[in-house]
Design a protein around this ligand. Structure first.
Ligand code: F3S
Length: 392
C-alpha cells in the first residue's frame, strides 16, 4: 500500500509509539485486503468498550496507547459499555467490574474519544452522505451504508481505534464503488408486519448470503427502525456490510441470481431464534439502541399498564435519546419498566442478575444471547413483549 512521506514518518515512529502502532494496524489491514492507499475519514466509531466483552489484556493495550498521549484526529465515539452509569442499582454491583469499566472509558476519553456509549451514534449526529467512515459495530455499519449512504467497512475495535488516531482508513472493501454493487436479488414474498418480522428476514438472508450484497425487492415503505433491525440481524448471521431496498441500485451484472423468501422461510427463522417456551424473567427491547420514536411507541403501548413483579422490563437507548424522550421515558417508568443507557442486555451481565429466560423483539439479541449471555431466548413482536411483561 502506498504511504505518503508523512504517513511513512508515523510508521517509522517519529510521532510516537501509539501513532506508530495505529499506523501499523492500518498498513497490515491495507496490505491484507490490497488497499492502494489510506483515505481520510469523517469519523470513527469504536466497539470493544464493555469489560465483559474485551477482558483484561485489552485494557492494558488501550491504557498503553492513552499513556503515550495519542489523540483522535477525527470525531470519534464509543459503543455501549458493560454498565449503566445512571442506573447502577440495575447492574451487578461488583466493585472490581466497575473499576475496570471505568479504566476503559477513562483511557478512551483521554484519547479524545467521546463516551456516548451507544450503538446508534447516528441519532446524535448523522454522518454525511458518501463520507468515508471507520465504524465498528456491525449493526451501525449496516445502517450507515444502507440507510444513511455513508461508506464504511465493518471495522473491529482495534482498527476503528487506529483509524481514529490516524484520521484515515485503508481504501478497500466498500470504500470502493465497485465493491458496493448488489450480487443477488432477494424477492420478499412474505408479509412483514413489524420490526421483529424485519429482524427474522435479516437473520434468514444473512444465513444464506454470507458476504454477498442483496437488493431486497418487495419491502413496502419500511420505517427506519425496521431497516435498523433488518440490518442488525443480517450482520449477525452473515458478513455483509450493505444492503439495498430501493431502486435504482448498483448491480454486479445485468443478470443477478434471484432468491425468494416466503412465509415458511420466515417461520423457520423465527423458530431458530427461540430456544424455550418457558416464561421470561427479562423482557428486553433496544437492540440496537432505541430511537426517540421507538421509545414513544413503547410508552403508548404500556400507558396505564403495570409491569409484572416477576419480570424485568429493560429498554436500552443512549443518554441523548433518553433526555429527548423524557416524557415517554417517564410513562414507561411509571408502569415499572426501566429505560437504561450506556449499556445493553448483551454486553452486560444479565445471567448474574438472575436472568435465565430472555424475551426480546431484537433478532440480533436473540441470535447472540444464548452464547454470549448463557440464557434461553424467546423471539417475539414488540406487542407480544409488552403483553408478556405486563400484568394488566
Ligand atoms: Fe447495540 Fe448491544 Fe445490540 S451494542 S446492536 S444493543 S448487542
Amino acid at each position: 500500500m502506498y504511504l505518503s512521506r508523512e504517513e511513512e514518518r508515523i510508521y517509522e515512529g517519529e510521532k510516537g509509539w501509539a501513532y506508530q502502532v495505529a499506523m501499523k494496524i492500518l498498513v497490515k489491514l491495507g496490505d491484507l485486503f490490497n488497499a492502494d492507499r489510506l483515505i481520510p475519514i469523517e469519523s470513527a466509531h469504536i466497539s470493544g468498550v464493555s469489560y465483559k466483552t474485551i477482558g483484561d489484556a485489552s485494557i492494558d493495550f488501550i491504557e498503553a496507547l492513552s499513556r503515550s498521549e495519542a489523540k483522535a484526529r477525527v470525531e470519534s465515539t464509543l459503543n455501549p459499555a458493560g454498565i449503566d452509569y445512571e442506573h447502577p442499582e440495575e447492574m451487578i454491583g461488583l466493585l472490581e467490574i466497575r473499576e475496570k469499566q471505568d479504566r476503559i472509558i477513562r483511557a478512551y476519553k483521554s484519547m479524545g474519544i467521546k463516551p456516548i456509549l451507544t450503538c446508534t451514534p447516528y441519532y446524535i449526529k448523522r454522518p454525511s452522505e458518501e463520507a468515508h467512515l471507520a465504524w465498528a459495530e456491525s449493526s451501525t455499519v449496516m445502517y450507515a451504508n444502507s440507510v444513511l449512504h455513508s461508506w464504511t467497512n465493518r471495522e473491529g475495535g482495534p482498527s476503528a481505534l487506529a483509524a481514529a488516531l490516524i484520521g484515515k482508513t485503508p481504501n478497500y472493501g466498500v470504500h470502493r464503488p465497485e465493491n458496493r454493487r448488489a450480487d443477488v436479488i432477494v424477492k420478499v414474498e412474505a408479509e412483514l408486519k413489524d420490526e421483529a418480522d424485519y429482524g427474522a428476514l435479516g437473520i434468514y438472508v444473512g444465513r444464506i448470503l454470507r458476504d454477498e450484497i442483496p437488493f431486497l425487492d418487495g419491502l413496502r415503505h419500511p420505517s427506519e427502525s425496521s431497516l435498523k433491525h433488518l440490518g442488525a440481524a443480517m450482520a449477525s448471521s452473515g458478513m455483509a456490510s450493505i444492503f439495498y431496498y430501493k431502486t435504482p441500485y448498483p448491480k454486479r451484472s445485468d443478470k443477478l441470481e434471484v432468491i425468494r423468501v416466503d412465509a415458511d422461510d420466515m417461520r423457520r427463522a423465527y423458530e431458530s431464534l427461540s430456544t424455550t417456551s418457558e416464561k421470561p424473567d427479562m423482557v428486553y427491547i433496544g437492540c440496537p439502541h432505541c430511537s426517540a420514536e421507538e421509545i414513544r411507541n413503547i410508552a403508548e403501548k404500556i400507558k396505564g399498564r403495570k409491569v409484572r413483579e416477576d419480570v424485568k422490563l429493560w429498554i436500552c437507548t443512549s443518554r441523548y435519546v433518553r433526555e429527548r424522550a423524557a416524557e415517554h421515558v417517564r410513562m414507561i417508568e411509571v408502569a415499572g419498566g426501566k429505560v437504561l443507557v450506556d449499556t445493553c442486555a448483551v454486553v452486560t451481565w444479565i445471567k448474574e442478575l438472575g436472568v435465565d429466560v430472555l424475551m426480546t423483539n431484537s433478532a440480533k439479541t436473540a441470535f447472540y444471547a444464548p452464547t454470549m449471555n448463557g440464557v434461553e431466548t424467546i423471539y417475539a413482536s414488540l406487542d407480544e413483549c409488552i403483553e408478556a411483561s405486563c400484568s394488566n
